[in-house]
Design a protein around this ligand. Sequence first.
Ligand SMILES: Cc1cc2nc3c(=O)[nH]c(=O)nc-3n(C[C@H](O)[C@H](O)[C@H](O)COP(=O)(O)OP(=O)(O)OC[C@H]3O[C@@H](n4cnc5c(N)ncnc54)[C@H](O)[C@@H]3O)c2cc1C
Length: 486
Amino acid sequence: MDAASGIAVLPVPDVGTGPPPALLAALRSAIGDEGVVVDPSVTASYSRDMMPLAPSGSPVAVVFPTDTAQVAAVVRACASAGVPLVPRGAGSGLTGAANAVDGAVTVVLTKMNRILEIDEGNRLAVVQPGVVNLDFRTAVESRGLFYAPDPSSYDWCTIGGNLSTNAGGLCCVKYGVTTDAVLGLEVVLASGEVLRTGRRTVKGVAGYDLSRLIVGSEGTLAIITEATLALRPKPAAPCTLVAAFATTEAACEAVSGAIRAGLVPSLLEIMDATCIRAVQAHTGSSILGDGDAPAAILIGQSDAGGAAGLREMELLERVCTSAGAVFAYVTEDLAEGRLLLQARRAVLPSLQVLGTWLTDDVCVPRTEIAQLISACERIARDVGLTIGVVGHAGDGNMHPTIVYDATDPAQLAAAHDAFGRILDAGRALGGTVTGEHGIGRVKQEFLRSEIGQIGLEVHRAIKRALDPAGLFNPGSMFSDGSAPGR
Ligand SMILES: Cc1cc2nc3c(=O)[nH]c(=O)nc-3n(C[C@H](O)[C@H](O)[C@H](O)COP(=O)(O)OP(=O)(O)OC[C@H]3O[C@@H](n4cnc5c(N)ncnc54)[C@H](O)[C@@H]3O)c2cc1C
């Protein structure tokens, strides 16, 4: 038992000896020999996600259940052996939330990857958690429907991971985050029982909203085995705007201007000069211009369709011009629009050419975006590292990305320092320490300072009520340990 939190801390077996024989036998009988991997050279590849700073351990076993009954049997086996477990999707997370814990069992949900139902009449779908976001989007699009949540990692992250992190993406400015598309869930509780939450109806307010509680809980409350998701009609082909600015302040003034003008674009992204230069150099594309990089670029889209979409982007163009844009251009050409978005999605791979990237996730009121970017510039100068700022300007969710040499301990420490200072700067501007990536194993202390003591106690009470033995994902969200931050 952790004295401070009252949350149970299970003793875990020695990693070197593998899983306790009784647990191994129970896991194999639950899901078959082929679904249980104990070879350390294989299990090691399931020990980390994409966050370089997060601590990680070694699992005693990695299991691949194929249905809900198998997940429940795995949970019961781990509970009776007193061994914790870490749920995992594709491992694309950016907070270490799916990182293995020494001696725990990692439960990989990627083999539960079936789309069970697409119901056009009720505009919903039922999916297993291991379905890849893009596969799901493509499947519903073929039926004239649209699944809105679109993290930039959509071509490999899973719906289960999206639900558990409450992922966002480029479309949030108009369509919200993952939870806004959730009607109901099926989950396996720490007792091994199966709980169904929510509904299939458009409305429904019976009882507490347990679906919303579990969405974003980062695998600490339950394992999601099925989701009922609301769909939308497939939007019209997008009309795209690109605008360049000589100062980041002018670009951010255009964002506030768009909000004040009542515009609701389906996407509004910002890239600063560092990101623009990195993309130009890496991709060789001149879509963002081929001369000196402007201080910032905004890319906007409207999916209102036809004349309405064009009108919306022309209005945004006027807003940009009056905010001081040095260049603004609207296109209905789909290929041009796609190229511009590809350039936006190429930011992280392009920064990777310059060194290891560490992307932060801070959401500020939209009127404060320029202040946050200035703070990042100051922090970059102070720590002596490159920080490129890219983000979802339409909802204020910025991803300042620190580039450093991971083999240089001084640069690693500086990156670590910058990561925390960016979050502090965001909070000081009235923002939150995570807009979409979550807490995981790198932001526990920041969670504590953001939600306060009473908020923390409520979180812990919920955790104790649903997972009294501390079975699910220890180390994530609640750890008092040594993760980065303060
Ligand atoms: C290049 C890049 C771009 C990205 N862009 C975005 C972006 O635009 N927006 C955004 O929000 N994120 C983004 N991410 C982060 C990441 O892709 C998301 O957090 C995603 O939702 C994680 O999905 P996953 O399947 O990889 O989950 P994992 O990383 O495997 O797991 C994430 C969390 O979910 C839990 N989990 C997974 N499956 C289940 C389940 N079935 N039941 C219970 N818990 C479960 C894990 O325990 C962990 O806590 C990006 C990542 C990369 C590498």
